[in-house]
Design a protein around this ligand. Structure first.
Ligand code: HEM
Length: 411
């Protein structure tokens, strides 16, 4: 067994893995991690230490490892929950399935599954098409396109809002609050996220009140009814579920669309291949998710007991996270892993996670991503970056990979 001190750590600089600059060169760093320090403790700006796991096999194993738990309360010997658990809105945020373990996780996931069905997603196909066309048409009139704000973000935000039945006037505030919360939590600075989260929960309580008085054919009504029918869904869990669906439903898919567009613009031969062979969209959307994975690092887990990965031991109660972006570029799993290959077959990437927390929205994300990219390419045969590549900046943060802006020439 190798003790962490024996890792060739002196050669790997301890970088701030949440910074925008790090994201630009992250793939080189991950390659070194996989070779030299596959289980590597880093200190986040918040002062917390997190063990990063970088090899494909290890990341896949940890996502399914029940010695790792999502809720710190499930680490034996941990008496209390997070220090702020007395705040009602914090309890709401803790009660979402991504932060829970069995049996609560399975109960909540089972409930949302009843409403979030393949049929519902299929029903959204026409709407995603018309929305993408409408946004592309607006960009044509304007003669330019900031892909994030004008296209990649409004598509998933509108669709998840329509699925849930969130009235239009609440969508912008929800997006602003969700981004503020994600930006702060992504550096693991939970305190900085509190004001936005507090406002989000307060706003959502208003929306729920209106919805309770005016039930409709939407997912929020279905969840309210599940609660009313005594399906073991508490008020906090209902709120927590909706907050999770809003955040997870758009903060990630925006990156699939925009990162996918960037990957294509950086690989013009592949872009041309896709234009000539629309049949390739099915494999292309998987390759886009693998190449610039929208979720860079899976959400953190805690060790319930001492564990060992790649011969390195991690003590009980430690935070551990798998770098999905690194696993997805692991040469032991993918041939020419650093190459964008839109025809790649057997693409077993981990962009949507694995195990019990496997992304609930993956089929919706794939559908939105495919339609958004296809509509973009069909409408704009001369798509180009309108700033030099080196001017593009990745948003800071540990968990997501997304650009701040992606200005494009469309003529
Ligand atoms: C390209 C877009 C997306 C990507 C890359 C993505 C990725 C992921 C990943 C990696 C996880 C697991 C995290 C972990 O285990 O730490 C996850 C979970 C989840 N995702 Fe997504 N997601 C996307 C879109 C969506 C959409 C559109 C929705 C909802 C409508 C959604 C809802 C969820 C939910 C509810 C969970 C938690 C599942 C659970 O805990 O059982 N996601 N997603």
């Amino acid at each position: 067994m190798i003790a962490p001190a024996e890792l060739k750590r002196e050669r790997l600089e301890p970088l701030n893995v949440t910074s925008s600059a790090f994201k630009e060169s992250a793939y080189d760093y991950y390659a070194r991690l996989r070779n030299e320090a596959p289980v590597y403790p880093v200190k986040l700006p918040s002062g917390q230490t997190i063990w990063l796991i970088s090899r494909y096999d290890d990341v896949q194993a940890l996502l399914k490892d029940d010695r790792l738990v999502k809720s710190k309360r499930n680490v034996p010997g941990t008496k209390s929950g997070p220090a702020l658990g007395f705040l009602p809105f914090i309890r709401v945020l803790e009660r979402n399935m991504l932060d829970l373990d069995a049996p609560d996780h399975s109960r909540l996931r089972g409930l949302v599954h009843q409403g979030f069905t393949p049929k519902l997603i299929e029903r959204m196909t026409g709407r995603i098409h018309s929305l993408s066309q409408e946004l592309a048409w607006k960009a044509k009139q304007k003669g330019e396109l900031e892909l994030i704000a004008d296209y990649a973000l409004p598509i998933p935000m509108t669709i998840i809002s329509e699925i849930l039945g969130i009235p239009e006037r609440y969508r912008d505030p929800f997006h602003r609050l969700s981004t503020a919360a994600v930006d702060s939590t992504s550096s693991s600075n939970v305190l900085a996220a509190l004001p936005a989260m507090w406002r989000m929960v307060r706003l959502l309580r208003q929306v729920l009140k209106v919805k309770q008085a005016n039930p409709a054919d939407d997912l929020m009504t279905a969840l309210i009814e599940a609660k009313a029918e005594g399906d073991h869904l508490t008020e906090d869990e209902l709120l927590g579920m909706i907050v999770l669906l809003i955040i997870a439903g758009h903060e990630t898919t925006v990156n699939l669309i925009a990162n996918g567009a960037l990957a294509l613009l950086e690989n013009l031969t592949q872009l041309e291949l896709l234009r000539q062979n629309p049949d390739l969209y099915k494999t292309a959307i998987e390759e886009c998710a693998r190449y610039y994975s929208p979720v860079e690092v899976a959400t953190e887990r805690y060790t319930r007991e001492p564990i060992e990965y790649a011969g390195i031991s991690i003590a009980k109660g430690q935070q551990v996270a798998g770098i999905l972006a690194s696993a997805n570029r692991d040469e032991s799993q993918f041939v020419s892993a650093n190459k964008l290959d839109l025809s790649r077959e057997k693409n077993r990437h981990l962009a949507y996670g694995q195990g019990i927390h496997y992304c609930l929205g993956a089929p919706l994300a794939r559908l939105e991503g495919t339609i958004a990219l296809q509509t973009l390419l069909e409408n704009f045969p001369n798509l180009q970056l309108s700033v030099p590549r080196e001017k593009l900046k990745w948003r800071p943060g540990l968990n997501l990979r997304g650009l701040e802006r992606l200005p494009l020439k469309v003529k």
